[in-house]
Design a protein around this ligand. Structure first.
Ligand code: GAP
Length: 501
């Protein structure tokens, strides 16, 4: 589906809509409706189960979203967290340089300084995407953070956090004491990040307030033991820098073992790359042929990274591969910067007596982008029906409960819906329109099961207290005892969990 079409469908179904819609919306801000809010929560829970579940020493925090200026100065965001901005001297619209150069230089402008970008703009007679004028300014670095006057005097500066990661670094010394004094130690945050994007667009892809799920793993730089044998034969769709530089855009399939043996990547890094790839393929259910692991070069990597592979999905609505998450090896950058900034020694003493400043491996995931990707990749028109093939454990509603004839069967169906809700199952009661229309509504919302109460459910006899259970994808209908429903639905909606290290 095209982006507009998909957004219209999601808006109509109450998945999401622009913030302050009645005022014409606010650029880069979106609100989730009932279906969207539940789906987003399920995605977050699935992420937590899959990533925080990796170890008994991994924890989830809920820290503040506002950071004092000293933090973002030390982290480098005050100086480096910029995008080159170009403004049009004719119509005064502002754009990311990357947007102006989209067709001329699809590989982007990461790593180029303003003068180099200005030269490219000039040499290619680049035009303003709004009015077509060639009178474009020299690009200037635009800081993406939202600054705040903090407190009553207005003299203290603070910032809305640009990434959740910073909160985990600040918490490290506290978490070292809360934990077992052992590495690796994982600290995860699922929460809002804020960026004053120059040109927010593509709905949930470039937002100004969005949700990240990020796990920071602090590990001993002398070694991060992982059970590599579990992943070594996994084929991965990889697009490495030399292949990209030869003009290829399609990934090649390489095993995890090859990435280590001939690709020169450390085992701990590849192990976690596989773990992330499996999350997209096996937990979120994205088709493997729509994924690639895209290596960023020295020039393109974020300023704090030593190694970076983005996990990208090929999305029809957005016309190509888009970043959905990433694996960042940040080395000692964060703890050393915050050590210097705070004047505190952030090294720790291990049981063998060594004092080390841990390195950081970051597994980052954009929650909103993946809500969109779930719609792009799994929601579509199939024959006469619109079907959202969400994995059952992600579906906002697990089961729809219908009375076949409302007048006759509503009381029983309502009672059944209450019983399922009391068992913590997400249930929606629906008695509007024909059964076909009710199935159609549930298919579109991704509801994996529908239950229909009919005359046989109520009548004395063999089928008393049984209902029709209809399965979304196959449309298969079976007769099931009411007493079995809770366990049937619970089994299907159980979140996948990984084996621990
Ligand atoms: N802590 C590392 C970090 O923040 P990033 O690549 O800037 O790295 C991580 O962001 C993830 O957050 C991305 O992979 C993407 O999924 C999501 N993300 C980044 N900017 C976003 C935006 N403006 N709107 C929606 N999601 C965004």
């Amino acid at each position: 589906m095209k982006s507009d079409e998909l957004f219209a469908l999601l808006r109509r179904r109450g998945v999401l809509w622009p913030t302050a819609e009645i005022y014409g919306g606010a650029q880069g801000l979106y609100d989730y409706g009932p279906l969207g809010a539940s789906l987003k929560r399920q995605v977050e829970e699935a992420w937590v189960a899959w990533f925080v579940g990796l170890s008994h020493d991994y924890y989830r925090l809920d820290p503040a979203e506002i950071l004092p200026e000293a933090v973002v100065r030390a982290s480098g965001h005050l100086e480096n967290f910029t995008d080159p901005e170009v403004s049009c001297e004719t119509c005064h619209a502002a754009f990311r340089a990357e947007t102006v150069l989209e067709k001329i230089r699809p590989e982007g402008v990461d790593g180029l300084v303003s003068a180099q970008i200005a030269e490219i703009l000039l040499a290619n007679h680049a035009r303003c995407p709004n009015c077509g004028s060639t009178a474009l300014s020299v690009p200037r670095p635009f800081n993406l953070m939202f600054g705040l006057d903090f407190g009553v005097t207005g003299k203290e500066r603070a910032y809305l956090r640009p990434e959740t990661a910073q909160s985990s670094y600040l918490a490290f010394p506290r978490m070292w004491d809360v934990g077992r004094h052992a590495l690796p130690l994982g600290v995860a945050v699922v929460g809002k990040a804020y960026r004053n994007e120059i040109a927010p667009r593509q709905v949930l892809f470039r937002m100004r307030a969005f949700t990240q799920a990020e796990l920071q793993i602090f590990f001993d730089p002398a070694g991060f033991p992982v059970p590599f044998a579990r992943v070594r034969e996994e084929p991965l769709p990889v697009l490495r820098v030399p292949r990209r530089e030869s003009g290829e855009e399609s990934p090649e399939w390489v095993t995890a073992a090859d990435l280590v043996a001939s690709g020169g990547l450390p085992e701990f890094y590849v192990y976690h790359l596989v773990h992330c790839y499996r999350f997209f393929r096996d937990v979120l259910g994205y088709p493997a042929d729509r994924l690639r692991l895209f290596e960023k070069s020295d020039r393109e990597r974020a300023f704090y990274n030593r190694l970076q592979f983005d996990i990208e999905g090929r999305l029809e609505s957005l016309g190509g591969f888009k970043e959905l998450g990433a694996v960042h090896y940040r080395g000692e950058y964060d703890l050393s910067r915050h050590g210097e900034g705070s004047g505190k020694d952030l090294s720790v003493t291990l049981t063998d007596g060594r004092s080390v400043r841990p390195h950081v491996l970051e597994l980052t995931f954009g929650v909103d982008r993946n809500v969109w990707a779930l719609a792009d990749l799994l929601l579509g028109v199939e024959g006469e029906r619109t079907l959202w093939r969400l994995p059952a454990y992600l579906a906002p509603v697990s089961v729809g409960v219908f009375p076949l004839i409302p007048k006759a069967h509503a009381a029983y169906a309502l009672r059944l819906a209450d019983e399922l809700a009391a068992a913590n199952i997400a249930v929606r009661y629906d008695d509007g329109g024909t059964i076909g229309k009710r199935y159609a509504r549930m298919d579109e919302a991704g509801t994996p099961f529908c239950v229909t109460v009919d005359a046989e459910t109520l009548a004395e006899g063999e089928k008393k207290d049984t209902v029709t259970l209809r399965e979304r994808d196959s449309r298969a209908q079976t007769r099931v005892a009411v007493g079995e429903l809770v366990s049937r639905i619970r089994t299907a909606t159980c979140l996948p969990r990984p084996p621990r290290y």
